[in-house]
Design a protein around this ligand. Sequence first.
Ligand code: ME8
Length: 521
Amino acid sequence: MSKAFYITTPIYYVNDKPHIGHAYTTIACDVLARFKRLDGFDVKFLTGTDEHGQKVAKAAADKGIAPQDLCDQNSQNFRDLAKTLGISNDDFIRTTEERHKKACQALWKRLEDNGAITLGKYAGWYAVRDEAFYDESELTKGPTGEKLAPTGAPVEWVEEESYFFPLSKWQQPLLDFYDANPDFIGPKSRFNEVYSFVKGGLNDLSISRTAFSWGVPVPGNPKHVMYVWIDALTNYITALGYPDESGEMGKFWPKDNPVAMHVVGKDIVRFHCVYWPAFLMAAKLPLPKRVYAHGWWTVEGQKMSKSLGNAIDPNMLVEKYGLDQLRYFMMREIPFGNDGDFSEAAIAGRINGELANAFGNLAQRFLSFIGKNLGGILPEPGALQPADDELLKACHGLLAQCRDAIDRQALNDVIERIWEVVRAANGYVDVQAPWALKKTDPARMNTVLYVLAECVRHLAILMQPFVPTSAAKMLDQLAVPEDARTFAHLDKAHAMKGGTALPTPTGVFPRYGDPKAGKGS
Ligand code: ME8
């Protein structure tokens, strides 16, 4: 029976257009989803849009359009972006869908039945930009003395009738859960941050609003709409068919859940690692296995913001650099979990130095040599020498190392492990110099060319999650059949066969800035 893996992105607010931050999270999840599929898992990969709440209602009012119209337009922008980025999501959820309203109301009723919801009055601070309540003690002062949330968002005083979730009661169960599941939150620094936040004490949470109506109505009291975060977090189980707990819920959200993981930015850790598990515990539903929070991108050294107008449109980046080039850069440039900076110099450096020179040239040089000198037929290898064995051994050792890194969400480590072999293969070419062997020792030349082809087959199969189009082109050039490209095919039984006719090679990774090359894949 195949193993299941459920991976989700945050659902993005539709108050504005997507930018590279959104593209980053979605690409990272796509890499994880593709890796697991290639590794034999039955994967469900979910992304979508978060469409309710005061922030979206306000954005629509500012534009003078109905909230649903704004949602329809901007949700489509996110859906189109997923397509442009080559995202392999299995579902795209919108929180204004009927299936979602049904799931939210069912979860609410279940919480109510379990005595986890009370009616009271909220009086406190709220930041619309963060859609978050803040305690007075968390606030800071802005330049003109105004009160600000710790994120820098303006806050407003809210006083209204509200339903409450008794979060304070869940402090100890949450701490016990974190103690028993130290891998629930990654990276470790985020785990520690959440742990000390919860240890510091939790306030009960207001979970409904009456000041506006753009949300899921509270069952039995439609004067209230649900707090947008209880609505938003529920999306992860809506997409599995909740409240029906048989079908996909049983498979992708099972008891003791060893299957589901959420990838989020560091801004929304508290919602995913404190509120969400507490809601689920109170509802007596399984918790996800892991939440991984990545870092923050700045652009040319600056924070992206509406006022600076420097939020980069990912569509433009794909147009300018090529899709696989962008995907590779984002996954390679910074350790997943750390902050990083997007700059023209950095992406151009990675494209030219690594994709074009190191990886692209490695394949291009020996493939054109075979095309020109051997009629495009991959030669049979002779007896292997220690240098050949060493390179092939490095190839065979890669999958285990990549799996280990993937399970820690160390995406750049996966690339680094692969790149160690790319470097070793380039070193092998330099030392073995197959072009020189043509005259002196053609049999040895054949072996070297064969070993290179087998090595590049491994590298291209393992690079598929990161650069799917280019890796596929490389595998086409090696005449690897489309149904022989999973990780199960990395074994010796599926090695390249001498005598295989190879198609005419063409460059897979053009240099950036080379007027002859055009843009990438
Ligand atoms: O928070 N760098 O939606 P959102 C890296 N609707 N990632 C970034 C980024 C940056 N500069 N800016 C945004 C919400 N992101 C809620 C989520 S989930 C149940 C509800 C990414 O549109 C990052 O993943 O504000 C961050 O967590 C997410 O976009 C926030 O998207």
